[in-house]
Design a binder for this molecule. Structure first.
Ligand SMILES: NC(=O)c1ccc[n+]([C@@H]2O[C@H](COP(=O)([O-])OP(=O)(O)OC[C@H]3O[C@@H](n4cnc5c(N)ncnc54)[C@H](OP(=O)(O)O)[C@@H]3O)[C@@H](O)[C@H]2O)c1
Length: 299
């Protein structure tokens, strides 16, 4: 399989890192493409390539002679010319166009559960527009929509655990009744790899959720239970969260962003009629296992 090169845009990110590991485990050669990509391994089949998806020249360079590509670039806060339109629509389209022109066989665009062209959230609308732009430029591209991701080196569970330990009281998004289905980052990365391993291109849309659907409050209580914590959970209105997020976004590493708040206002649960992890032969991991792994790593 080493003759098959897969370029992972955003390969240094949370999902990207895991995807690179799973692709290598299945024998692909990988190009890790991001703006701050550095060679961190002696593995000759992992090549770090400094890439900016806002530049077509940069995209073309890293896709030359690639067999496949995964776009796992994120943008959670708009800053200057880095808008949701620029990254999630225009740059995603540019990757798809470049891949088509250079004869790349397979393309996976990472989007998110809930992507919806009619959403009141600008972020969610642009994710949906990005999907359409990619499919138009690269017919047969696969769109994958994960629910909120967790893992031992970042993501939802680790963040929640960290906050629960630091805060005397834990402010919930609204009354904590939004439904979510957290999914293990490594399961999504494995799924992406299995899609690339399949000879057939159908289906072209997957949604990935974990084994359990929680309300936000139930999820917090489940994490706390595993960690032996007894947090004081307080409802906090969405209006106040929006205000807080707007202010937080001025910080270089905002602890909360408006798009996170918007995503917490609607259920983000994988659609049961769409193929997901089980169809790819993956039994999804529970969030509780990751809490236990995190606790074990601390001992
Ligand atoms: N995290 C979640 O819970 C979650 C849930 C559902 C869907 N998703 C989706 O999964 C994908 C990956 O998310 P993530 O959380 O893993 O992201 P992340 O950890 O924030 O990583 C983002 C990656 O994109 C790269 N990047 C950003 N701007 C770039 C640019 N202009 N050119 C090239 N590379 C660029 C970053 O590296 P540099 O900064 O060095 O460029 C980094 O490697 C996104 O599409 C996200 O919406 C995530």
């Amino acid at each position: 399989m080493n003759d098959r090169i897969v370029t992972v845009f955003g390969g240094t990110g949370f999902l990207g890192r895991s995807t690179v590991r799973r692709l290598r485990a299945h024998g692909f050669a990988v190009r890790v493409a991001s703006r701050h990509s550095h060679q961190t391994t002696n593995d000759p089949n992992i090549q770090a390539v400094e890439t900016d998806i806002r530049s077509r020249t940069s995209i073309d360079a890293v896709l030359t002679q690639a067999w496949g590509t995964v776009n796992a670039v994120s943008l959670y806060v708009e800053r200057g010319t880095d808008t949701f339109q620029a990254i999630h629509v225009d740059a995603a389209r540019a990757i798809a166009q470049s891949a088509k022109q250079l004869g790349v066989a397979r393309l996976i665009q990472v989007s998110g559960v809930g992507a919806d062209i009619a959403s009141p959230s600008l972020y969610v609308r642009k994710r949906a527009k990005g999907e359409l732009a990619v499919q138009a430029a690269f017919p047969g591209a696969t769109i994958v929509r994960p629910a909120v991701l967790f893992g031992t080196d970042g993501g939802f569970v680790a963040t929640v655990l960290d906050l629960m330990r630091k805060l005397p009281a834990y402010p919930m998004f609204g009354r904590g009744q939004t439904r979510l289905q957290p999914v293990a980052v490594d399961d999504v990365a494995e799924a992406i790899t299995r899609i690339l391993l399949r000879p057939e291109r159908e289906p072209t849309l997957y949604e990935f959720g974990g084994p359990e659907v929680f309300t936000y409050e139930k999820f917090l209580r489940a994490v706390a239970h595993e960690a032996g914590l007894r947090p004081f959970l307080i409802p906090f209105p969405f209006g106040a969260w929006h205000l807080l997020a707007r202010m937080a976004e001025a910080l270089p590493q905002p602890p909360v962003t408006r798009n996170q708040v918007e995503l917490m206002e609607v259920d983000t649960v994988a659609a049961p009629h769409l193929p997901g992890l089980l169809e790819l032969g993956i039994t999804p991991r529970a969030a509780a296992d990751t809490v236990r792994d995190l606790m074990r790593a601390e001992r």
